[in-house]
Design a binder for this molecule. Structure first.
Ligand SMILES: [Zn+2]
Length: 89
């Protein structure tokens, strides 16, 4: 498991890369499940809180439970995010 930053919102979660069913990667807090489309968005006020029935991320993908998995280093490299300062754990 890898994470990028601590959740900038109201909880103690970690923001982790999430691979969607479509093969896209978004960033999701592992506690409050807030979604950011990319690393730049985490520092802005731009985020979404996907919910059913469509689980739309606002990033062109959806994160319906059961269709996603936490991304690994190979996945984030493919997304062009390999140079970011990832943390393990
Ligand atoms: Zn959070």
């Amino acid at each position: 498991m890898m994470w990028l930053v601590e959740c900038p919102l109201w909880d103690q979660g970690l923001v982790r890369p999430l691979l969607t069913e479509a093969g896209d990667i978004v960033l999701m807090c592992d506690s409050c499940t807030t979604v950011w489309c990319g690393p730049d968005d985490v520092e802005s006020e731009s985020y979404s809180q996907p919910a059913g029935p469509d689980w739309d991320t606002g990033c062109g993908s959806h994160v319906k439970p059961g269709t996603t998995k936490w991304a690994d280093m190979d996945d984030v490299r493919k997304a062009g995010w390999g140079e970011l300062e990832w943390h393990a754990g």
